[in-house]
Write a protein that binds this ligand. Structure first.
Ligand code: SF4
Ligand code: SF4
Ligand code: FES
Length: 327
């Protein structure tokens, strides 16, 4: 491929004399073919233009998980991303991962990320629920989430981690799913109980950013949906997230539409609803007032058929997609 000229705008983050992190942008010109990787360009910049530019790398093969950074707006692996995919009018913008403390330039402190993963006990527990037989479906489920290389790209782009730093995050939840779905795990119920607590699986906003960001096809959001289903099947339903999901389910099954007048009450109870009065009044002022009269949504008959299929085949709800493999 013919070489082209690109401008790399790199966010430089340096600790100043007062101990604070100072941020500025610096531009570098690089001439390379469009199928060269972002990591190739960084090596060229660091090796030939400015040795002070700091970033992490190791394997250069999308295996070690160290080169995750924000590349033209989204978090990706620098060694797996071709310049031509992300250059906009010849410009590529590089920033450190989001939702993680920045150490220098493009390098972040990965300690807090791994601490989150450790809270879910990333190893098999011995216990009464262990089964030595591993069927093909279970193997496929475990195998998919085992592709995770702990690069942090999903956590960096997670919208909920941005607004709620106490949220455990997609990578830790995908790892938790890996153990909950492994037949050899001995304490599956304990794990689901822990995952049903606040700031765990029910705090996910299901925005799918983690699915988009993951360079290994782990699909953390799908793992979270399956964990929620299993948690509810075990009866861990006493939380705002679970009540909200159940209220949705009841309304949609009944009429295809939400009863928003009672939804908040059923989710948060009276105390929680009163706390949200300001937000409700604001919505009313903007004309977003739901109909107080019971009614059936358009296309309700079609929706009913979908519910019938799902109720006849609950396995589909749990395993959800192409990862159902015949035993
Ligand atoms: S789907 Fe959930 S875990 Fe994934 S990025 Fe969105 S909020 Fe985060
Ligand atoms: S789930 Fe994907 S994006 Fe998240 S840490 Fe694992 S490999 Fe990286
Ligand atoms: S350098 Fe190892 S994943 Fe990119």
């Amino acid at each position: 491929m013919a070489e082209q000229s690109y401008t790399f705008r790199i966010q430089r983050n340096q600790v100043a004399g007062n101990g604070r992190l100072e941020t500025r942008w610096q531009e570098y010109k690089v001439t390379m073919p469009p199928n060269a990787t972002i990591l190739n360009a960084l090596e060229e910049i660091k090796g030939k233009q400015d040795g002070s530019v700091t970033y992490r790398q190791s394997c250069r093969s999308a295996i070690c998980g160290s080169c995750g950074m924000k590349i033209s707006g989204h978090t990706r692996l620098a060694c797996k991303t071709h310049i031509g995919w992300v250059a906009r009018n010849g410009v590529v913008e590089l920033r450190p991962q989001g939702n993680q403390p920045v150490l220098k330039d493009l390098a972040v402190d990965i300690g807090p990320f791994f601490k989150r993963v450790h809270t879910i006990r990333p190893y098999l527990d011995e216990g009464p629920e262990a089964d030595a037989n591993v069927g093909k479906t279970a193997y496929e489920q475990v195998n998919q989430v085992s592709q995770c290389i702990m690069c942090g790209c999903c956590y960096s782009d997670c919208t909920m981690a941005e607004v709620s730093p106490t949220f455990i995050g997609p990578a830790a939840l995908a790892k938790a799913f890996r153990f909950v779905s492994d037949p050899r795990e001995g304490k599956k119920t304990d794990r689901l109980r822990q995952l049903s607590e606040p700031h765990m699986m029910w705090s996910c906003a299901r925005c799918a950013m983690c699915v988009e960001a993951c360079p290994k096809g782990v699909k953390p959001m799908e793992a979270i949906v399956k964990l929620r289903t299993r948690g509810m099947q075990k009866g861990f339903n006493d939380g705002a997230g679970q009540r909200h999901a159940l209220a949705f389910h009841v309304d949609i099954q009944k009429g295809g539409d939400l009863n928003e007048f009672t939804l908040m009450m059923r989710t948060l109870g009276l105390g929680g609803t009163l706390k949200e009065t300001g937000a409700a009044l604001h919505l009313m002022k903007k004309g977003k007032i739901p109909s107080p009269f019971p009614h059936k949504a358009q296309g309700f008959e079609e929706l009913k058929k979908v519910y019938d299929i799902l109720e006849r085949n609950p396995l589909d709800v749990e395993t959800k997609a192409a990862d159902i493999v015949p035993e």
